[in-house]
Design a protein around this ligand. Sequence first.
Ligand SMILES: Nc1ncnc2c1ncn2[C@@H]1O[C@H](COP(=O)(O)OP(=O)(O)O)[C@@H](O)[C@H]1O
Ligand SMILES: [Mg+2]
Length: 275
Amino acid sequence: MGFEDFFHLKLDPFSNVPDPRFFFSSYEHKLAIVKILYTIDKMRGLSLLVGDVGTGKTTVSRKLLLIINKNPNFKAGLIVLTNNSFKLEWFLGRVAKFLNIDEDYENYEEIKGAIVSKLISYYKDNKKVVLVIDEANNLKERDDIIEEIRGFLNYELGNRKLMNFVLIGTREILPYIKRNESFYQRIAMKLQLKPLSLTSTKEYIKYRLKIAGADVNIFTDDALNIIHEASKGVPRLINIICDNALLDAALQKKLPIDGNMVKDISKLYSIESEI
Ligand SMILES: Nc1ncnc2c1ncn2[C@@H]1O[C@H](COP(=O)(O)OP(=O)(O)O)[C@@H](O)[C@H]1O
Ligand SMILES: [Mg+2]
């Protein structure tokens, strides 16, 4: 049984799935998007966005792609690295597929050749090519892939890169890219996605409630302060705490949700929680 009826909700307000309808343009997320857009519009080559787990990196990447894909001047795609044991051929195959190269190639030289000539044809069509790599922390111990991306960044025509990369992941990636100094130096935009401030956290919660069709004042200000303190402004944790608080309130038929009601839940799901 859900709590939707009790709160008269049209949608589930704090579900942890990337749903563009719930995208909240917080200062922190907006800044990251604007800066990455600037870098790819200028075809600077390489941007890096790092942030702790749950801060909204994947959400930012999806929003970024939605924006870019509306613009006919761009050709944009996404690769999500779910582990670090993939083959170089798999990676190049994904790049080729993203560039709409249909043929299968036998060897490394052939596939690279096909990718480069496709990049040149996109350049001639005035298309800016952007590849977003999410979970780029899975490039750890993958000097071969990092070197491959560096190779792509060397391709330039008319003073601009033929291909842009946006690497998104946790800080785990840093030591691995730093040890390839010439790769590291090519990063034109380095960004850190910070957790939400107290003000942004409050706006974020109210925004999600509003989109779901709820009264934005379900939580007292005291409750919002406690949620921010426990979650440290990490959206994934904010969602879990709010979700549990809504369920408790519906079961107890108690409104508004005050500080006392969220205290115990916040302890259980806080960053410092012991279980
Ligand atoms: N700007 C935002 N607007 C709405 N929801 C967000 C936002 N940022 C994060 N979230 C929520 O937090 C959850 C975790 O975000 P996610 O992008 O998966 O984090 P990360 O990739 O950094 O681990 C998402 O499922 C989403 O529900
Ligand atoms: Mg993610």
